[in-house]
Design a protein around this ligand. Structure first.
Ligand code: ZN
Ligand code: MN
Length: 484
């Protein structure tokens, strides 16, 4: 029988994110390759023809640094590109331009909610994991985990192999449209202890990339690709676990969804534990994920860094940053999800649950904020601390009572106001109030009838005061006009 509690899981993640720059990384070709006719977006540079010279894309480099900053990385003053040599048909140059020992960003971290208690409890007390995982407390009751980020570097994507049947024969076709598209690689330290934590990390990273607006990070299109590396170590009861990592690790390549990543990791954990229980050590290798069968399969033995014969890219000069330029990039970073979450809770008096949904996507968060400010304009009576509309608007968005892709924030507020009227005050009551106001203000009525638009607004204001702002101004105006 497998005693899962005697084992600890060690997971590191490598994530590739395609940047949505207009042009490719080292040439002027269109980088928006998805869905385009094969081999129409290429030139001698991205086809790797001899003698073609690469010129780095400034925007891509800046975005890579911005992502590094958003992940609390250090941006070393000096950086350079390197050649990573390997042979594969989708890489006609025979090497990928990447970064080896001087990446753009190093030593960052990301804080995620702790999922340990919910997971299979593989990691238990007394383990070395506590050294990796300082628990943080942000002043609320949740447990948080800090996942360290080793590096964020810039490289280029490869072409795409298409396995097809042409004239009844199996063959492999190559599309070079994707070749040379800017790619950022993010590498974590082996700080992750469960598939659930891996998932939280990936979701958070995805969210930050989307907030920065540097990639659509669409996993179905392959613009965000996930590679977990997994190993498991046995905990010796009673003894302190040595700090060394296991002697092997298994990398699962090119996973394109959060849930596949979780499933692949769980599959691997179980496989490793089975082997370790039998006294065997899992083989160091690269595996693929077969979604249909729900299993991983061996692809090739894992190569080591020296297999790639990295050396400095001779055609691109190294980069030395001016400090104030890095500061300028830092200033361009928008409010990130964690900060926004806390501000929304404070500013709108919403629950953490509501705010988590509202800030999940920056577009939704922006939409919400716009709607609240519109509603405050319409109903100046509400104060910001306990704005009933802030909660109502949140509910509408969260429960998808209106399609925010089709309804503008202004229209949403109008819709909500109309709904509220039904709840708070009947039309009959409203008419009664308006009749009273009209009777009490014959001068304003006469002024309006003689063409003074101002007088109408005065009447609207009176009605709104009388109804304590329960009805929107637009609606009141309409009813007044009907009665006049
Ligand atoms: Zn090109
Ligand atoms: Mn890479």
């Amino acid at each position: 029988m497998i005693e899962a509690n005697n084992f600890e899981v060690i997971i590191g993640l490598e994530i590739h994110v395609e940047l949505k720059t207009k042009s490719k990384m080292f040439c002027g070709c269109d980088a928006n390759w998805f869905g385009k006719e094969p081999n129409t977006l290429c030139c001698p540079v991205c086809l790797g023809l001899p003698g073609a010279l690469p010129v780095p894309n400034k925007k891509a480099v800046e975005w890579c640094v911005m992502l590094g900053l958003a992940l609390d990385c250090v941006i070393p003053e000096f950086s350079k590109f390197d050649r990573k040599n390997y042979f594969y048909p989708d890489l006609p140059k025979g090497y990928q331009i990447s970064q080896y020992d001087k990446p753009f960003a190093i030593n960052g971290h990301l804080v995620i909610p702790s999922e340990r208690s919910e997971s299979r409890n593989l990691a238990t007390k007394g383990s070395a994991s506590l050294d990796f995982s300082r628990r943080l407390d942000r002043g609320r009751n949740d447990n948080l985990r800090k996942i360290c980020i080793r590096r964020v570097h810039m490289e280029e994507d490869t072409g795409k192999l298409i396995h097809a049947i042409v004239n009844g024969e199996k063959c492999t076709l190559i599309d070079f449209n994707r070749s040379g598209v800017p790619l950022v690689e993010i590498v974590t330290e082996p700080d992750i202890r469960s598939s659930e934590e891996a998932r939280s990390f990936l979701k958070k990273l995805h969210q930050i990339v989307r907030y920065l607006g540097i990639s659509d990070a669409d996993m179905e299109k392959g613009s965000m690709r996930l590679e977990p590396n997994i190993s498991v170590r046995k905990l010796q009861s009673g003894k302190d676990t040595p700090l060394e990592l296991p002697s092997y690790k298994v990398e699962v390549k090119n996973i394109n969804s959060f849930s596949f990543a979780k499933k692949a990791i769980d599959y691997e954990i179980e496989r490793h534990i089975n082997l370790l229980t039998k006294g065997e050590i899992p083989k160091q290798e690269t595996r693929g994920w077969d979604e249909k069968k729900g299993i991983t399969y061996s692809q090739r033995s894992k190569e080591e860094a020296h297999d790639y014969r990295y050396f400095p890219e001779p055609d691109i000069p190294p980069i030395r940053w001016a400090t104030n330029f890095i500061r300028q990039l830092a200033d361009q970073i928008p409010e990130l999800p964690d900060k926004k979450l806390e501000r929304f809770m404070k500013e709108f008096g919403l629950s953490e649950y509501d705010v988590t949904i509202l800030t999940d996507d920056k577009d939704i968060a922006d939409y919400y904020e716009r709607a609240v400010s519109v509603s405050r304009g319409v109903r100046p009576s509400s104060n910001s601390r306990s704005d009933p509309n802030a909660k109502v608007i949140a509910n509408w968005i969260i429960n998808k009572k209106a399609d925010i892709n089709k309804t503008s924030p202004e229209e949403l507020v109008k819709l909500i106001t109309q709904q509220n009227q039904k709840v708070n005050i009947t039309e009959e009551e409203l008419v009664k109030v308006i009749k009273k106001i009209i009777e009490a203000n014959p001068k304003a009525v006469a002024d309006y009838k003689s063409g003074k638009e101002q007088a109408l607004m005065f009447l609207v204001g009176q009605v709104m005061r009388e109804t304590k702002g329960k009805v929107g101004a637009e609606f009141v105006k309409k009813v007044i006009l009907k009665l006049l």
